[in-house]
Design a protein around this ligand. Structure first.
Ligand code: NAP
Length: 460
């Protein structure tokens, strides 16, 4: 299988890479496995020097890292720079805090001593998506490397240059060969890696379909897995919301990364009282976005990641309309070179419409008008997904109460769902299981081993 780097702004094929053979894959596995024995013996302080060095190098080479993102998947260059900075922050965060997060816990049993220690599991395998080509890798690699595991990664096939740049980063930072391995492999080879006894845990970020396949395979092998999957986040506007500020966030929540975020707002649920005004302001703001070269800092609307992604989204919109949805604005590709889609708002989406349950991964907003808070909550929870969500109200206590009624892994008040190194990230339902980032993320792939000291006297 070929890994292709294609610029979605102009369709130019930048580079093509051959996939790895099974023999090459075996060499990578042997190397990673051997590296684990060495890596796990290193102190936290020693590993932290390497991880922090990787952070420094990312910042020093920010422009090269950022340009690769924009070239391979079309992210606006300012956002690419932001992603590089965020990725470096994640590396630093775990370099600084891992030892504390994994400190041994002394229990207080009725007799003797009991200690829970956190030990690494071994070689971990991550399958990662293209939408945040470094951030996704950083949030998998940093905690796990700091915990003493080593990692192998199969990145999405459309961002091979980012995948390779991130792997090179670790060598440049002084990590031993095998601590971080990039794999250019097929889906069949993904299964082969999961089956391999040297692999001790599996983490996937991607679509629910990929998650089902990879989680099932991990389950067959009785291997621990974490799944960070898609979402259809609700953006709830309550009747006392500050509308101008809320609409500004609505545009960001929908259009950041051109709508290709797992936690992008996908369903805008607005109470009747504000609905018309919200729609007017929201569609006016979307119409101001300016398509163009994502390398140009003045561009505000970039292409989708690939031509296939655009075709998939257009087909979803067509299907939604065929099933009764109404296009309020947009709905078509932009007639120019590149994989550009008009910012789109769909309304009148009934539960029988397939769009009601689908994730729209791009600049397409689904709009719902509701009577009140209760209707908003029922609608927000009527989804197979359970990743994030946001609530806009001037009454923060009310916002917290409504948040307690939402069935997702994350709810933000007066801000779209977003991510920083110190906040846990993850979902429930078809959005997956497990958490990445924060103190929780580093606990997923460690052996919480009990060491017990008790009386030797059997009669005691
Ligand atoms: P995707 O098609 O599921 O791909 C993700 C990764 O899985 C890629 O490396 C892909 O490889 C691989 N893959 C896909 N199907 C596979 C299979 N059957 N067996 C083995 N590997 C497989 O998702 P995507 O289009 O790249 O990313 C978008 C999705 O990711 C959205 O649903 C988004 O919401 C979700 N996402 C979730 C989070 C989160 O934290 N919850 C974060 C970001 C994105 P190939 O590229 O070679 O197909």
């Amino acid at each position: 299988m070929a890994y292709q780097s294609i610029n979605p702004y102009n369709g130019e094929t930048l580079k093509t890479f051959d996939g790895q053979t099974n023999e090459q894959l075996e060499i990578s596995l042997v190397t990673a496995d051997a590296c684990f024995d060495r890596w796990r013996q290193m102190t936290f302080a020693h590993r932290a020097i390497i991880v922090a060095k990787a952070a420094t190098l990312m910042r020093e080479q920010s422009e090269q890292f950022a340009m690769l993102i924009t070239l391979e998947m079309g992210k606006l260059i300012a956002q690419s720079r932001g992603e590089v900075a965020l990725s470096a922050d994640i590396l630093d965060y775990y370099a600084q805090h891992a030892e504390h997060f994994l400190a041994s816990e002394h229990l207080i049993p009725s007799t003797g001593e009991a200690i829970v220690v956190s030990e690494p599991l071994g070689v971990l395998f991550g399958v990662q998506p293209w939408n945040f080509p470094y951030y996704q890798l950083a949030r998998f690699a940093a905690p796990n490397l700091m915990a003493g595991n080593v990692v192998m990664v199969k990145h999405a096939s459309c961002v091979p240059q980012c995948a390779m740049a991130f792997a090179q980063l670790w060598l440049d930072a002084g990590a031993p060969i095998g601590a971080y391995t990039n794999l250019l492999i097929t889906h069949d080879q993904v299964n082969r890696v999961i089956d391999d006894p040297r692999i001790k845990g599996v983490a996937l970020t991607g679509s629910a379909e990929a998650g089902k396949s990879v989680a099932a395979r991990a389950g067959l092998n009785l291997k621990k897995s974490t799944m960070e999957l898609g979402g259809s986040d609700a953006f709830i506007v309550l009747d006392d919301a500050d509308l101008d500020k809320t609409v500004e966030w609505a545009v960001w929540a929908k259009m950041n990364n051109n709508g290709q975020c797992c936690v992008a707002a996908k369903r805008f649920i607005v109470v009747d009282q504000l609905a018309d005004l919200f729609l007017e302001k929201f569609s006016t703001a979307l119409a101001l976005l300016k398509p163009g070269d994502p390398m140009d800092i003045t561009t505000t609307l970039g292409p989708l990641s690939t031509e296939q992604a655009l075709q998939h989204l257009l087909a979803q919109v067509d299907r939604a309309v065929a099933n009764g949805a109404v296009i309020l604005t947009g709905g078509k590709r932009i007639e120019r070179q590149g994989a550009f889609m008009q910012p789109t708002i769909l309304t009148n989406i009934k539960p029988v419409n397939p769009a009601y349950d689908e994730e729209f991964f791009g600049p397409v907003a689904l709009f719902f008008r509701v009577k009140d808070e209760d209707e908003a909550v029922i609608l927000a929870n009527d989804s197979d997904f359970g990743l994030g969500g946001s609530i806009f109200t001037q009454d923060v206590e009310w916002g917290k109460f409504v948040a307690s009624r939402i069935d997702t892994g994350m709810v933000f008040i007066n801000h779209p769902t977003w991510t920083t190194p110190d906040l846990p990230f993850g979902g429930i339902k078809n959005s997956g299981y497990g958490r990445e980032l924060s103190r929780l993320g580093i606990q997923e792939f460690v052996n919480k081993k009990l060491i017990r000291v008790d009386a030797i006297d059997a009669s005691a």
